[in-house]
Design a protein around this ligand. Sequence first.
Ligand code: SME
Length: 160
Amino acid sequence: MAESIVVDSTASKQEKYDQLIPQILALIEGEPDLIANLANISAALKETFSFLWVGFYWVKDRDLVLGPFQGPVACTRISMGRGVCGTAWKNGQTLIVPDVEKFPDHIACSSLSRSEIVVPVFSRKSKAVVGVLDVDSEHLDHFDEVDACALARILLALDV
Ligand code: SME
């Protein structure tokens, strides 16, 4: 297992993901512990892109419950349909929010967050949403299809 992540800081966003994804896959390959893998994915993304907040919420009973993350402390429970995370869970679709202040019902965990992407994690077996990856940025309009595709690709590697 690689012990550090190496990505060219001068590369484009797409190139950074292209360099990062194989390293993340190597990091989680053969490790059956889900929490360990979610923790390392959060750390690798935060380290590479210096996002404000990167982390997972996992479906437990009737809520999304805070899982492994990197960044400031965050709210611990989100109901289905609430905020960006709860909406992505309910709809089973990636949600890109260019300006969180314009998203009705956005849950502001940090006043520094300006834009956000939430990508659902699907169970291979049931096809149901079992969690979401939430990434927040201090910059407006920070996320696009490049992030959506790359993050979804990483999540497909999870054995859930
Ligand atoms: N902003 C999210 C809540 C989670 S925090 O940003 C970490 C939302 O509206 O779902």
